[in-house]
Ligand binder design. Structure first.
Ligand SMILES: Nc1nc2c(c(=O)[nH]1)N[C@H]1C(S)=C(S)[C@@H](COP(=O)(O)OP(=O)(O)OC[C@H]3O[C@@H](n4cnc5c(=O)[nH]c(N)nc54)[C@H](O)[C@@H]3O)O[C@H]1N2
Ligand SMILES: Nc1nc2c(c(=O)[nH]1)N[C@H]1C(S)=C(S)[C@@H](COP(=O)(O)OP(=O)(O)OC[C@H]3O[C@@H](n4cnc5c(=O)[nH]c(N)nc54)[C@H](O)[C@@H]3O)O[C@H]1N2
Ligand code: SF4
Ligand SMILES: [Mo]
Length: 726
């Protein structure tokens, strides 16, 4: 029998008088959906649809992709460069030459006065790979500061660090197709249905064909947890203990893959000695998952013919983010689940091009997964660019989360922000505000003129958005996708690539190095520099990528297509070609709830919004579903405190306070609240953001707060309206 939609007329895209469809790739999340934007006879973008034959999304899009074409002319897009007039402390519209001359002159002035490293450059996971590569060339090869990083430190740094420690290199080894082969899926701190709706749809499609157990580890009853066969509501920040306990049971019961361990790994002795301490009874007391369930899940995972783990921010954003990733990798190594269909350890990435920056931006070293610490890598890149290798710093510089404290204390005097909005996305916003106010010179290069950081900027450079320029993004499964230009840049905004090239021209060393003007020429350089390496792009061209709707690296020259998996041969990137099993003791260092601050503060995302809402906040069809900052709170705890549904509450942490609308729900346990982080002046006023020792990623998802009813409900309501004022 057919239910619901099947008995009705299918939903149709309203007739928008589309004259032409243009192929491109979605610019929000890392799923990497292929989109066609419909243009009317005047060339105006009027609608969007998924590309039917694209392997990633097979014609589907989520709500953000469906309305993405509305971004091109959305409110407060930057139209012209702005320069702050010191005398009146207000912006003046200027031409590009004046803005760029001033920016280059200020960078030189600051460097001459305070040294090469006194300017910081912080970028993103949201510009095109050709732009990342060019920014890397400009930073490493011309400006020469070692204070260079991206917002991926808030996002993917733990995954990168964990992959490097386990396998010797970054690079997610699996792919979406693994869902179709796996016999057990375990997801850690990922809310796939909301944050990667199309990857989730791929999982659901696989489950429709063939049932296999889905286990979701999340302290909150997310949409993903609701569909799981087993939900493990782990105590915040203790996944490492759970993972050590799973390994303990597997080894104790002899369920490990001995051959795989002996042939492809090192460090087993130390690893097994460490996990011996994490028996399920002891572990249950720390991670909150009972001993029987730990044993049951360990057996399910180890006995499955192929088992896979995925994870996102619940793991990465933790004081043991990097350790959590290593522990997930180890769970897969001891069960022989790496590089085989359905057996993998797959970090679900975040931003549309978080992978592109990891591969090519040179933030953590040099392009193409090369390191500043390796003589050969320095020489290869220096020769290719035509500079002296001695110009490169000796080792990678500080992470974004260490650069901000250095600005706070005055070691760094100037900052160039590209496509990131730390005034909403960094922990402990009061401190970030003070830091930005401290700067002698701040340039903000963003697609929106109203991004909160422009309040503190001396120069604002308006950037073209996704779809107004051309180049590639790499998605979660290492698939390089093509972004075609769909419309002309808004107003007088310019592609980031053009801006970087123009800045390069204003430096003597920049005039000596070749900075190609077109993305296709830049792509050629990346192809050459990737040849024969793990991330081989040499078999790709822009046209071939479009034709195949994305190609997964490695794709060597002459290869028909890309490679779905890494490490299928069990050969890893450590010098001995083996993967490392690393013993990881758990250190309980979070700010935990106590008598004074009795609630865990958890934060994350909702499906309709992307990050700091510079984009989704402007799109009525998206914003209307989630227009207001709110907090999920357990009804029992609310009752004890005299807080009602849809009233305002005041949250206080050791950093500050925020007033939020309360939504009562059993999605959160009695000692936790959850706030989407999308809204300015909300959750990150409260967060602490302790740093992971390896990745320097902040533990956004764990800190302690107390909660009181807001005394003046009317004032709180007015403030809340102001917060959603787009
Ligand atoms: N709609 C939408 N989609 C997005 C984005 C967006 O802003 N909006 N952003 C993109 C980006 S950049 C990213 S990084 C991804 C993020 O994607 P996700 O990581 O899936 O999203 P979050 O909601 O940040 O966090 C996921 C879950 O981590 C859980 N968590 C908190 N603490 C712990 C813990 O200690 N252990 C475990 N196991 N879980 C914990 C939270 O309860 C939450 O449900 O989404 C991408 N996709
Ligand atoms: N409490 C809490 N805080 C968090 C998180 C959390 O889970 N909880 N998650 C963290 C994570 S995972 C992430 S990734 C960060 C994200 O934090 P941010 O990167 O700071 O947030 P976005 O809003 O994505 O900022 C991107 C900016 O780039 C602009 N932009 C878009 N496209 C282009 C382009 O092509 N060129 C230029 N120049 N600009 C462009 C947008 O207008 C926007 O202002 O937030 C982090 N903060
Ligand atoms: S799932 Fe991600 S890539 Fe796909 S349409 Fe939605 S936001 Fe875009
Ligand atoms: Mo992210």
């Amino acid at each position: 029998m057919l239910f619901g939609r099947h008995t009705k007329n299918p939903i149709k895209i309203a007739d928008k008088d589309v004259a032409d469809w243009k192929y491109t790739t979605c610019g929000y999340c890392s799923t990497g959906c292929s989109i066609e934007v419909g243009l009317d006879a005047e060339g105006k973008a009027v609608t969007a649809r998924g590309v039917a034959d694209a392997p990633v999304n097979r014609g589907k899009l989520c709500i953000k992709g469906i309305f993405e074409h509305e971004l091109f002319n959305s409110a407060n897009r930057g139209k012209t460069p702005l320069l702050r007039e010191r005398a009146i402390d207000a912006y003046r519209e200027v031409g590009w030459d004046e803005a760029l001359d001033h920016t280059a002159a200020e960078i030189k002035r600051v460097q001459e006065k305070y040294g090469r490293d006194s300017i910081a450059i912080i970028s993103t996971g949201q510009i095109l790979t050709e732009e990342f590569y060019t920014l890397g060339k400009l930073t490493r090869g011309v400006i020469g500061t070692n204070n260079y990083d991206g917002n991926t430190t808030l996002c993917m740094a733990s995954a990168v660090s964990g992959y490097k420690r386990s396998f010797g290199s970054d690079g997610p080894p699996g792919c979406y197709e693994d869902f179709e082969h796996t016999e057990c899926l375990m997801a850690f701190g990922s809310n796939l249905p909301e944050q990667h709706p199309i990857i989730y749809w791929r999982l659901k499609m696989a489950l429709e064909k063939r049932r296999f157990p889905v286990i979701v580890v999340d302290p909150r009853v997310t949409m993903f947890a609701q569909m799981a066969d087993i939900h493990l509501p782990v105590t915040p920040g203790t996944d490492l203990v759970l993972l050590n306990a799973l390994a303990h049971v597997i080894l104790k019961e002899g369920l490990e893959d001995r051959d795989y361990i002996d042939t492809h790994t090192t460090g087993f002795e130390e690893f097994s000695a460490l996990v011996a301490h994490y028996d399920p009874v002891t572990a249950a007391g720390i991670c909150g998952i009972d001993e029987d369930t730990i044993r049951h899940v360990a057996r399910l995972y180890a006995k499955a013919g192929a088992a896979m783990s995925i994870w996102t921010m619940g793991i990465n954003q933790s004081t043991h983010g990097s350790d959590g990733v290593v522990a997930i990798n180890s769970l897969n190594l001891i069960t022989g689940n790496i590089g085989k269909p359905g057996g993998t350890s797959l970090s679900i990435t975040g931003q549309c091009n978080a992978m592109g920056t990891r591969e090519w931006s040179s933030c953590s070293g040099l392009p193409g997964y090369r390191a500043l610490e390796k003589e050969k890598d320095r020489e290869t890149i220096a020769n290719y660019w035509g500079i002296d290798p001695g110009f490169f710093p000796g080792r990678r510089g500080p992470f974004m989360t260490d650069i901000f404290p250095a600005m706070e204390t005055g070691q760094i005097k100037a900052l160039w922000l590209i496509a990131t909005n730390p005034m909403t996305s960094m922990p402990n916003i009061p401190r970030i505000r003070k830091t930005l106010q401290n700067l002698e010179f701040l340039v903000v290069q963003d697609a929106y003129a109203d991004v909160e950081t422009t309040q503190y900027a001396h120069v604002y450079l308006p950037a073209a958005l996704w779809g107004e320029k051309e180049g590639v993004f790499t998605n979660t499964e290492r698939r390089v996708n093509l972004v075609r230009k769909v419309v002309e840049p808004h107003g007088d905004s310019k592609p980031d690539l053009w801006i970087f090239n123009q800045i390069a021209k204003r430096f003597e060393q920049g005039r000596k190095i070749r900075f190609p003007e077109t993305p296709a020429e830049v792509f050629e350089e990346m192809r050459e520099l990737s040849r024969g390496r793990m991330l081989d792009y040499s078999g790709m061209t822009h046209d071939k990528i479009e034709m195949q709707r994305g190609i997964q690296w490695p794709c060597p020259e002459n290869a028909g297509s890309g490679s779905p998996r890494l490490y299928a041969d069990g050969v890893f990137q450590h010098p001995d070609a083996k993967a490392k099993l690393i013993p990881l003791p758990f250190v309980d260092n979070n700010e935990r709830p106590d008598q004074q601050f009795p609630f865990w503060l958890n934060s994350g995302r909702v499906v309709e919004h992307f990050h700091t809402r510079t984009r989704t906040g402007k799109i009525g069809n998206v914003n209307k579903f989630s227009p207001t900052p709110y907090m999920e709170m357990n009804p029992d705890s609310a009752k004890e405190l005299g807080i009602g549904h849809m009233t305002y509450a005041r949250l206080i942490s050791r950093r500050g306070y925020a007033v939020v609308l309360v939504q009562l729900t059993h999605r959160v346990p009695h000692n936790m609240v959850f706030i989407p982080f999308h809204f300015h002046e909300c959750v990150n006023r409260l967060t602490l953001g302790l740093l992971d020792p390896y990745s320097r990623q902040p533990a956004f998802k764990q800190c302690a707060v107390k909660i009181e009813p807001a005394t003046d409900q009317l004032a709180a309501a007015a403030a809340n309206v102001a917060a959603r004022s787009y």
